[in-house]
Every structure is written in structure tokens, then in C-alpha cells.
Ligand binder design. Structure first.
Ligand code: NAG
Ligand code: NAG
Length: 289
């Protein structure tokens, strides 16, 4: 699939409407070139590897867990690429804040294979099974998020209803993209967060309509930064989307209330257009060290 942008039209609109988005907006599919992970900017340098007991995934986590308990994110790549190293800049960044990430796709398969909702479910099953045991004594699956970008966001939406999933992170995606459906959002009670690339993100209409489907009473947040569908994922440590993911993980997975401030005030100051409701209902026990 190829998605073309209309940069000239958008810059013409930006001139006509001074408050319209003026930042460069690239509406291409997620990158096929891999930006290497730096190990992240968090307090625990991360690394990634494949574990033979978890086929079809790549594990990201701090190199030295040092007694820290860690929640888990099961991730779906953009384009549903079946290589768990493709989003390493982003996932290495998030993991460095004390998170175990299971990215769908084997290590080094490139972009020819695809992951599905069933792949993501295998990641959830494995996390719940190994949590607190053997090599994963640091893993605490009581906070378990499904996240994904573009096609991978659809996999997260499809797994959102799984009772073991405690929160959902959707990046440049929405349920009506690529023939998906919003059915799994209608009765959802757990927090759902959308990170969108502004009006020139091909996921924009879908994310906007999803946000209206999420019931009142369910904590929901949506932020638009005018950077397009690829967002800042190709940047070192995934740039501003990388930090947005960090704040989400700190708050909803590690129970760090201070990180909630970014969603209600900090993001706006950084140029995100934000909508939210029922965030005061979010209660996450802080993960014990
Ligand atoms: C734990 O990790 C070590 C080193 O990577 C490996 O040799 C061992 O087989 C793993 N144990 C289990 C139960 O997977
Ligand atoms: C909690 O989140 C804030 C905001 O991101 C961060 O500055 C702080 O270091 C975090 N605290 C812990 C204990 O991780």
C-alpha cells in the first residue's frame, strides 16, 4: 500500500488560514529504513533480543532490571510488518523508562512478513504466563497495554476487549482504516489514548470518528501533532511521539501520576491539539520497585 501526500495543497491552505497547520506534514506509510535504538533516554538503558519461548516477537527491556518490577506493552508495527526490530527507536526509548515491550514479529525478517491480531494475543498470553517467573521475575503483567501504529493500531483495537489488557495506545490509526471496525470500542471501559499526526495523517478521519464512539465515562485522550502519518517515529528515540509514549507508559503502566500532567497541559504547550474526557477516573497503583 502506498499513500501519497498533498503537501502543496496543504501549504496553500496554511497560507489561506493562518491558524492552520504549517509544520511539514509527511503522509507516507511507516518507514522501511530502521532508525537504530540508542537504548533510550530513560533511567534504564534498554536492549532488545528474541526469546526462543516467544516465537514471533522481539523483547525490549532494561539491560539491567536491578530489582525493578515492570509492566508490559504488547506492540503492533506500522503496516503490520512482521519484524519486531522495525520500531526499535521508539520501543527502545519506552523500555528505557522501566517497561517490558513485546513487539510483534521475529527479529530480522524485514518487511515481507506480517503480524495479525492473533500474533498480538500470543504476546499477551506469553506475558501473563511468564510474569514473575524465571528470566521474567521482574515482569508484572497486572498492568498490560496493547499499543500499535497504523495497521498495528488496528491489532491493538482488536485486542482491546481482552480482559487482561488494562489500557490501549493507538498511534496514527483508527478502527475504520483498512476496513477495520469500531465495534470493540463501543463498550470499552478501559483508558484509550490516540496519538495522531494532524489533518494530513491518513488516519486522521478514522481516529476522529473513533474518539466519538468511545463511550462517555471511559477515560479517553486524543492528541494531534501536525507531523503526518509517519509522525516522528524515524527520528532518534522517535522524537516527540517517543516522549508521548514515555508519558503514557509512566502514567498508565507505572502509576506515575506526575506524568498525567503532560496529557492535560504539557502537550498543548508543545503544539498538540488535545481532546479528552474522564481522565480523572484513571487509577493506576504505582508499581512497586
Ligand atoms: C533464561 O535466559 C538464559 C540466558 O539468555 C537462557 O540460557 C535460559 O535458557 C533462559 N531460561 C529459560 C527458562 O528460558
Ligand atoms: C514520573 O514522571 C515524571 C514526568 O514524566 C518524571 O519526571 C519522573 O521522573 C517520573 N518519576 C519516576 C519515579 O519515574
Amino acid at each position: 500500500m502506498k499513500f501519497l501526500c498533498v503537501p502543496l495543497l496543504l501549504s496553500a491552505l496554511a497560507i489561506a488560514l493562518p491558524q492552520a497547520e504549517t509544520a511539514p506534514c509527511v503522509n507516507t506509510a511507516p518507514p522501511r529504513t530502521i532508525t537504530p535504538s540508542t537504548g533510550g533516554t530513560g533511567p534504564y538503558k534498554s536492549h532488545f533480543f528474541s526469546d526462543p519461548t516467544l516465537p514471533n516477537h522481539v523483547v525490549y527491556q532494561p539491560k539491567n532490571p536491578a530489582g525493578l518490577k515492570m509492566p508490559v506493552i504488547v506492540w503492533g508495527n506500522g503496516q503490520c510488518f512482521g519484524d519486531g526490530a522495525i520500531f526499535q527507536a521508539f520501543l527502545g526509548q519506552v523500555a528505557s523508562y522501566g517497561i517490558v515491550v513485546l513487539a510483534g514479529g521475529k527479529l530480522g525478517t524485514g518487511t515481507n512478513e506480517r503480524v495479525t491480531a492473533a500474533t498480538m494475543k500470543q504476546g499477551i498470553d506469553w506475558a501473563v504466563k511468564v510474569a514473575g517467573t524465571g528470566n521474567y521475575s521482574h515482569l508484572d503483567a497486572s498492568q498490560l497495554a496493547v499499543w500499535g501504529q497504523s495497521c498495528g493500531g488496528l491489532l491493538a483495537i482488536q485486542n482491546a476487549g481482552d480482559e487482561r489488557v488494562t489500557s490501549v495506545g493507538i498511534f496514527n490509526s483508527g478502527s475504520s482504516m483498512i476496513g477495520g471496525s469500531a465495534v470493540s470500542l463501543r463498550g470499552l471501559k478501559k483508558p484509550v489514548f490516540y496519538f495522531v499526526g494532524g489533518t494530513c495523517d491518513m488516519a486522521y478521519p478514522s481516529a476522529e470518528s473513533d474518539f466519538k464512539v468511545i463511550p462517555q465515562g471511559t477515560p479517553a485522550w486524543k492528541g494531534n501533532l501536525p507531523v503526518g502519518h509517519t509522525a516522528t517515529f524515524p527520528e532518534v528515540n522517535a522524537g516527540r511521539f517517543g516522549m508521548a509514549g514515555v508519558y503514557l507508559a509512566q502514567w498508565l503502566l507505572r502509576g506515575n501520576e506526575s506524568a498525567s500532567r503532560w496529557f492535560v497541559s504539557g502537550a498543548k504547550g508543545e503544539g498538540w491539539s488535545v481532546e479528552h474526557h474522564d481522565l480523572d477516573k484513571i487509577q493506576v497503583p504505582a508499581i512497586s520497585k
